[in-house]
Design a protein. Structure first.
Length: 203
């Protein structure tokens, strides 16, 4: 099944709590963003944001320049419906990340459990080039993937697990590693998935 078809199917057939990655509040991501003390008008983009609650949380905190990109139009339809009027304050982009050709530069790039679906070395390098191109000079990035102690699949698809060193090497040309931390995500099914989050700053 094609990548897009897979995700349209997921968001058309499963409720939010029927997917392993569900969080009612994305605390790790919100804490990371707030600790950066970005101005509220900072340009923030969430890659593969799906219908997660990150946009809701950032809108509540007063951020005004938010973008969500996802391959699934259905996911975006769902988050727009949930946000109601507030959806007008977010820019939504339906695109495969690998086809994303940004027309502006972002101050903060967030990716929780999207990057790890790229398993092909050429596509991984393409992603790194896209972040580099999209990020403002001195912009920040937070990437969350399954760690090498985490699952090998997500949503039935193969993923690539990462170690801190592996992520550092991938991004080292243009990014300084600020730090990494591991997180046990408790899924709605009562299982645990070990994530690795690494934060980078554009050199
Ligand atoms: C595991 S979910 C994580 C969703 C969200 N980031 C969260 O933490 O709740 C992966 C998301 O990435 C999106 N996605 C997968 N591959 C993608 C790609 N190549 N380009 C853009 N979005 C993609 C899916 O549609 C889905 O919303």
């Amino acid at each position: 099944m094609e990548r897009k078809e897979h995700w349209e199917n997921v968001f058309s057939t499963k409720t939010e709590k029927e997917v392993s990655w569900y969080q009612d509040y994305p605390k790790t991501s919100v804490d990371y963003i707030t600790a950066l003390h970005l101005p509220l008008e900072a340009k923030i983009i969430d890659i593969g944001g799906g219908d997660s609650y990150l946009m809701d949380a950032l809108l509540d905190l007063g951020y005004t320049n938010l973008t969500l990109l996802d391959i699934s139009a259905k996911a975006i339809e769902r988050i727009k419906a949930r946000l109601g009027e507030k959806a007008g304050k977010v820019t939504f982009i339906v695109s495969d990340i690998l086809d994303f050709n940004p027309t502006e530069q972002y101050d903060f790039w967030h990716d929780r459990a999207c990057f790890h679906f790229l398993t092909d070395a050429v596509q991984i390098q393409q992603y790194v080039a896209i972040v580099t191109n999209a990020l403002h000079h001195k912009g920040n990035v937070l990437i969350g993937t399954f760690s090498d102690k985490g699952p090998k699949k997500c949503s039935g698809l193969d993923i690539k697990q990462y170690s801190q060193e592996h992520l550092r090497l991938l991004f080292e040309k243009d990014f300084e590693l600020k730090g990494c931390f591991s997180e046990d995500h408790h899924t709605p099914f009562g299982t645990i998935q070990n994530f690795l989050f690494c934060g980078f700053k554009r050199k």
